[in-house]
Design a protein around this ligand. Structure first.
Ligand SMILES: Cc1cc2nc3c(=O)[nH]c(=O)nc-3n(C[C@H](O)[C@H](O)[C@H](O)COP(=O)(O)O)c2cc1C
Length: 206
C-alpha cells in the first residue's frame, strides 16, 4: 500500500474532458493515488476536446504541462474498462471514493440500474454497496425523463449528483476558470480544502 489516499476516477464519453483533467490534476496535487478508468468514448472525447497532446498514453505529461509540477506529487494507474478483475471491482480494495467526470447518460443508466457491464459501472456499484462516496458529474442537455429518473435512482442509492454546471458569479474569464470551479466542487465533495475558486463572501467581487 502506498499510504496515499486512493480514489477512483472514471472518465466517460460526455462533453467535459477538461473537467476530468483538472480534477485529476487537483487530486494529484494533493498527493493522492488515483485508479483511473477511461471508457472508449471517454478516450475519444479527450482527444476531440483537448487534442493530440491529451491522448491517453501521455496523460501524465499532459497534466504536468498544463497544470504544473504539482501534478507530479500523486500517482495514478490507468486501468482497462474491460478488466472486471481490477482491484477497484472489489469492495475489499482501499479505494475510499469515486468520481465519474464527466458522466455520460449511458454510464449513468448503467450505474442507476446496477448493470456492472464494465469496470466503470462495477466500481461505481462497489461504492454504492459499500456506502462510500460516489460523485457523478453528468452532462447532457436537454435531459429526457429516463435520464432524470436515473439521476434520482443514483441519488437514492447514495451517490452525489454534481452536475457539470459551472457558475458565473465568480466572474470566470477563461475555460480554465470554469474547469477550476467544477474541479473545486469535486475535490470539496471528496473532503479536501482548496482554493480553486474564491469562497462566496456575499457579493460579487468588484
Ligand atoms: C463528440 C461527442 C460528444 C458527446 N457528448 C455527450 C454528452 O455530453 N453527454 C452524453 O451523455 N453523451 C454524449 N455523447 C454520447 C456518448 O459518448 C455515448 O452515448 C457513449 O456510448 C457513452 O459511452 P460511455 O458511457 O461508455 O463512455 C457524445 C458523443 C460524442 C461522439
Amino acid at each position: 500500500m502506498s499510504g496515499k489516499r486512493t480514489f477512483a476516477v472514471a472518465i466517460t464519453g460526455a462533453s467535459g474532458a477538461i473537467y476530468a483533467m483538472r480534477t485529476m490534476a487537483a487530486l494529484l496535487e494533493r498527493n493522492c493515488h488515483l485508479e483511473v478508468v477511461i471508457s472508449d468514448y471517454g478516450k475519444r472525447l479527450l482527444h476531440d476536446e483537448l487534442g493530440d497532446k491529451a491522448s491517453v498514453n501521455r496523460l501524465r505529461e499532459y497534466l504536468v504541462e498544463t497544470y504544473g509540477d504539482a501534478a507530479k506529487q500523486g500517482t495514478f494507474d490507468l486501468l482497462s474498462n474491460k478488466d472486471l478483475g481490477a482491484a477497484i471491482a472489489s469492495g475489499s480494495h482501499d479505494c475510499e471514493a469515486m468520481v465519474i467526470v464527466p458522466c455520460s447518460m449511458k454510464t449513468l443508466a448503467g450505474v442507476a440500474h446496477g448493470l456492472s457491464r464494465n469496470l466503470v459501472e462495477r466500481a461505481a456499484d462497489v461504492m454504492l454497496k459499500e456506502k462510500r462516496r460516489l460523485v457523478i458529474v453528468p452532462r447532457e442537455a436537454p435531459m429526457s425523463l429516463p435520464q432524470l429518473k436515473n439521476m434520482v435512482l443514483c441519488a437514492e442509492a447514495g451517490a452525489m449528483i454534481l452536475p457539470a454546471m459551472p457558475a458565473f458569479y465568480q466572474m470566470p474569464k477563461t475555460l480554465d476558470d470554469l474547469a477550476d470551479f467544477m474541479a473545486g466542487k469535486i475535490v470539496s465533495a471528496l473532503g479536501f480544502d482548496h482554493n480553486l475558486y474564491p469562497p462566496w463572501t456575499g457579493s460579487v467581487a468588484p
